[in-house]
Design a protein around this ligand. Structure first.
Ligand SMILES: [Fe+2]
Length: 382
């Protein structure tokens, strides 16, 4: 039996979609919403806009903004305490991956209790979550549509991947206007993440026709619009395209899961306070090259989606071209080329390789890896 499942929230996409927040919570029966966001989003004015909208809908709210870039288990505990002390009954994640992942993790704790570490892995959540709405301000983590939450386990110094259908938000709000306050560095870093999501989901061993259509369109949109999106904060067409790319890459990887790049990136991100998208960008060409022989036809399609003509080339030749195309795109947007650009050292490679091999994302990588092979890939990227 070959069963395909595809999880998706209700999606509200378009300019001014953020103004649907209050009514959306009302429809879900909320009375008091915990708003989880971060300093950058507050400074850009988006949280105040959302709060005003929640007030207009006649609902109450409490706020929680104390988050790190790579959010930690203790921050989840603090957010859950605010939810409980303030008698909230719904959760709103507003921002990039960090606020959205913390919002989801808080929602787990307030109904399932215990420590967020108890829920690491696949399908460990047993009780329903409170109503959840996510609005993404980056393009992006894809957390607004995904069944993932990634939080740092401070004891083990690694990122935990929590995967559960309960984490798919009830409603995803994607307003491309929110991307216009991002600086070029953040636009590039989050765009690298979108590119990695779409490529890993497309070559994942769990890919289905339903995820392929999303992944392929995301690859196409990123290769066409990431450069202009980095170049200009006010390019509406590029922002809209990147918001859609992020959404579609999110739908693809939420259902097809990811691969070795994310598994390795989570291992690094738990130890070093580096941007997730930038770590992915360094790893992406190396892991693609390693994975090519697992499915040359799919990598051939990636070359074509990125605008190369592959006629007359063998599958492996065309597959190799996809790596060149990705390198070129990453270079054009100023992505870091190697770990030394990120101030990164070699001493932890073996430990991080062991952590990476245990990450839930590793299961769907198209080519098997041993500790030695993961270490070799880390070294290549040094
Ligand atoms: Fe990611």
């Amino acid at each position: 039996m070959n069963i395909n499942k595809f999880m998706t929230p209700e999606i509200i996409f378009g300019k001014d979609a953020l103004e649907q927040t209050g009514e959306s919570f009302k429809r879900l029966g909320a009375n008091k919403v915990l708003v989880v966001s971060d300093k950058g989003v507050v400074e850009a004015g988006w949280s105040e806009k959302a709060l005003a909208n929640i007030r207009q809908a006649g609902l109450d709210y409490a706020e929680f903004y104390q988050l790190s870039t790579n959010p930690k288990d203790e921050e989840v505990r603090n957010g859950a305490a605010v939810y409980i002390n303030e008698y909230c009954d719904a959760v709103f994640g507003l921002g990039g991956g960090s606020p959205m992942d913390v919002a989801k993790a808080v929602a787990i704790i307030v109904t399932n209790q215990g420590n967020i570490r108890d829920y690491e892995g696949v399908d460990q959540i047993t009780r329903p979550l409170p109503p959840l709405i996510m609005a993404s301000t980056t393009a992006g983590s894809g957390s607004e549509v995904s069944q993932f939450s990634v939080v740092v386990d401070t004891e083990k110094q690694k990122k935990m991947t929590i995967v559960s259908k309960s984490l798919v938000p009830d409603i995803a709000i994607v307003d491309p206007q929110l991307l216009m306050t991002k600086d070029p560095l953040l636009t590039a870093a989050t765009g690298m993440d979108v590119l990695t999501h779409s490529i890993e989901a497309y070559v994942s061993i769990a890919a289905t026709p339903l995820t392929d259509v999303q992944a392929k369109n995301a690859i196409k949109l990123v290769s066409e619009y990431l450069r202009p999106s980095v170049a200009s904060a006010s390019n509406e067409e590029a922002k809209r395209a990147m918001a859609m790319a992020s959404l579609q890459a999110g739908l693809a990887f939420s259902n097809a899961i990811l691969g070795a790049i994310h598994a390795m990136s989570h291992a690094i991100g738990g130890k070093y306070a580096l941007a997730h998208g930038e770590i992915n960008a360094v790893l992406l060409p190396h892991v693609m090259e390693y994975n090519l022989i697992a499915n040359p036809k799919r990598f051939r399609t990636i070359s074509e989606l990125m605008g190369t003509s592959t006629s007359g080339l063998t599958d492996m030749e065309a597959a190799n071209t996809s790596v060149q195309m990705v390198r070129k795109l990453l270079k054009d947007i100023g992505a870091p080329q190697q770990f030394s650009d990120l101030g990164f050292q070699e001493q932890d490679f073996v430990v991080m390789a062991e952590v990476a091999l245990e990450d839930a994302c590793m299961i769907t990588n198209p080519r098997d890896l041993s500790v030695e092979e993961v270490v070799a890939l880390f070294k290549q990227a040094l």
